[in-house]
Design a protein around this ligand. Structure first.
Ligand code: SAH
Ligand code: SF4
Ligand code: F3S
Length: 440
């Protein structure tokens, strides 16, 4: 392959988005040029997600679209979670694919590219028995103000519905020195917000003799000069400990937001999901957060229609929403996934019933959010400016609590506010965002 243009499309979570930044950096360092469309590219990469069936299907429809391009000098690669899950079966379904590699194999990406350039076909990187993490000096970050840092890869839990332990392999933590080094370098380059990433950041354990736990790492990253905001995702409730709340309370650079996925409000369903906590244990963590000196926003993930979920179980989830008063949530219909233990459970919930429960849940949460957001009206909140809505003449900011706050800037004389931190007075609230005016 002499061709040196590439296109990459990314599906899935922030881990995937950040993996793509590393893959892009690696390609650029080898002389490749990124292009905007698959049509214009000689190397087409899809970084895939398999969390629900719909996500998985996307890559196959993309590949189908380009079936006839095969052999015309276009090379296709499938990366990420579907690659790991389906492995060589992808070559059967889409014979024009040349490379299939899961995220645990990206450390070998430079070698795989050499083989691809030499005309290699049906290359695979599917080994999960790695204790390495994918650190590369070449990461090409998309956003000039906010940077992702992976602190832990893989997952050692075995939630009954989830593919991640199969697609991303066992947990591997990066050394604290390497994380701190990256944070300092990013601050020097002008980044002001850092997001620490992992499927379960709370089980971070520094493999070096320093032996830091997650709370210590969080605190130290928050102390890096120049870093004004630190976020992290995702927290597993079982491993979420009180010191994390104490550290947030102490350091204003740590954002007022914790995403703590609960999945269900029913002990019976939590147990069937193998989530390793009860509703009471989860609520204890919520009490820690609500008891903090700072006003910490709490968000969550919910799955409706897990096998065996009765109307009574579902009602307990609704009651949990009322009790916690989440600032926002992501909700999903249970989707049966390959290799997972829930596949073998009886009592699958019909699709229409899952849809109904999802709508009821979202309606309940919408009312809660309208109320929660309206509490902010009249307050002054600091935002990081992330964009501009030209049509409305509004800047788009994000608060420490991770709310979108669209605002007008009184002295708007064409100056570019992107990346600035400004105080904004909230004047109106909707279910999903706030509106305000900057304060001089
Ligand atoms: N590691 C994180 C995120 C996992 S994936 C965590 O443990 O919270 C993000 C969310 O997708 C999960 O929290 C869950 O709500 C949802 N999810 C995972 N598998 C799913 C499935 N098979 N069907 C529906 N939703 C699922
Ligand atoms: Fe999946 Fe559970 Fe691991 Fe989260 S903790 S990635 S839901 S197995
Ligand atoms: Fe999807 Fe893999 Fe992330 S399955 S949600 S891309 S870990």
């Amino acid at each position: 392959m002499t061709a040196k243009t590439f296109y990459i499309e990314t599906f899935g979570c922030q881990m995937n988005v950040h993996d793509s930044e590393k893959v892009i950096g690696t390609l650029l360092s080898r002389g490749y040029v990124q292009v905007e469309t698959a049509e214009a590219a000689e190397l087409v990469l899809y970084n895939t997600c398999s969390i629900r069936d719909k996500a998985e299907q996307k890559v196959f429809s993309r590949l189908q679209q380009f079936k006839r391009e095969a052999g015309k000098g276009k090379v296709f690669g499938v990366l990420g979670c579907v690659a790991q899950q389906e492995g060589e079966k992808i070559f059967e379904r889409a014979p024009h694919v040349s490379l299939v590699a899961g995220s645990a194999s990206y450390t070998k990406l430079p070698e795989m590219l050499v083989q691809l350039e030499a005309g290699g076909r049906r290359l695979t990187g599917l080994s999960l028995d790695t204790d390495e993490t994918f650190d590369t000096p070449f990461t090409r970050r998309d956003n000039p103000h906010r940077a992702y840092i992976t602190i832990i890869e893989g997952c050692d839990k075995s939630c009954a519905y989830c593919v991640v332990p199969f697609t991303r392999g066992p947990e591997r933590s990066r050394t604290s020195a390497s994380v701190m080094d990256e944070a300092r370098r990013l601050a020097e380059k002008g980044y002001t917000e850092i997001q620490l990433l992992g499927q379960n950041v709370n089980s971070y354990r520094d493999p070096s003799p320093a032996g830091w736990d997650f709370a210590t790492l969080l605190e130290r990253v928050g102390e890096v000069p120049g870093i004004r905001r630190v976020r992290f995702t995702t927290s597993h409730p079982r491993d979420f400990v009180k010191p994390i709340v104490d550290v947030i309370d102490r350091n204003p650079a740590l954002c007022d937001h914790v995403h703590l996925p609960v999945q269900s409000g029913s002990d019976k369903v939590l147990s069937a999901m193998d989530r390793l906590y009860t509703r009471d244990e989860y609520m204890r963590r919520i009490q820690w957060l609500k008891g903090a000196r700072r006003s910490i926003a709490i968000t969550t993930d919910i799955i409706v229609g897990f096998p065996g979920e009765t109307e009574a179980d579902f009602n307990q989830t609704l009651a949990l929403l009322d009790e916690v008063q989440y600032d926002s949530l992501f909700s999903f219909k249970y989707s049966p996934r390959p290799n997972t233990s829930a596949l073998h459970l009886g009592d699958q919930i019909p699709e229409e019933e899952k849809t109904r429960r999802l709508m009821v849940l979202q309606e309940r949460q919408r009312a809660i959010q309208i109320r929660r957001n309206s509490e902010a009206v009249g307050m002054v909140q600091e935002v990081l400016v992330e964009g501009k809505n030209q049509a409305l003449g509004q800047w788009i900011g994000r608060t420490s609590q991770n709310r979108t706050l669209n605002f007008t800037h009184a002295t708007d004389n064409g100056e570019n506010l992107m990346g600035r931190y400004l105080d904004v007075r909230v004047t109106r609230a909707g279910p999903n965002s706030l509106v305000g005016e900057s304060v001089m």
